[in-house]
Design a protein around this ligand. Structure first.
Ligand code: HEC
Length: 107
């Protein structure tokens, strides 16, 4: 009985962890998902039209450093990524890159 309770608890804890790993921040959904999609795969009409990259692609993740991605979000890119340096704080941009964009790896 006790064991069963414990294993139910462990399963619930893991389910919560797994859910947290895939949860997008509210900020990403508000400011970025329009083009990059809530799943980061850019499967949105705007994302497809603008050819935004698939953030879940391991090749993409490997090809850029955190600093490059932070720079792209702050200053924009010549490939239509708009700059967010004036709308979001540096701390928020760093979190978006390190937790949201990196969080899509392998999903
Ligand atoms: C108006 C559409 C649009 C919005 C909104 C948008 N992006 Fe982008 N983003 C793009 C396009 C287009 C690119 C360039 C193509 C590519 O490499 O994905 C891009 C590229 C990127 C890249 C890759 C840059 C690189 O060096 O390869 C990152 C990281 C990124 N966006 C993060 C974000 C974050 C975080 C937000 C929200 C704060 C956001 N984007 C909002 C369209 C958008």
């Amino acid at each position: 009985m006790r064991t069963r309770f414990l294993s139910a608890f462990v399963v619930a804890a893991f389910a919560t962890l797994a859910a947290a790993a895939y949860a997008r921040s509210k900020l990403f959904v508000e400011k970025c998902a329009k083009c990059h999609g809530e799943d980061g795969k850019a499967n949105t009409p705007k994302g497809q039209k603008m050819k935004a990259r698939d953030f879940s692609d391991p090749e993409f993740q490997k090809s850029k450093t955190d600093a490059q991605l932070i720079d792209a979000v702050t200053n924009g890119t010549d490939k239509d990524m708009p700059p967010f340096g004036k709308v979001l704080t540096a701390g928020k941009i760093e979190t978006l890159v390190k937790e949201d964009v990196r969080g899509f790896a392998g999903t």
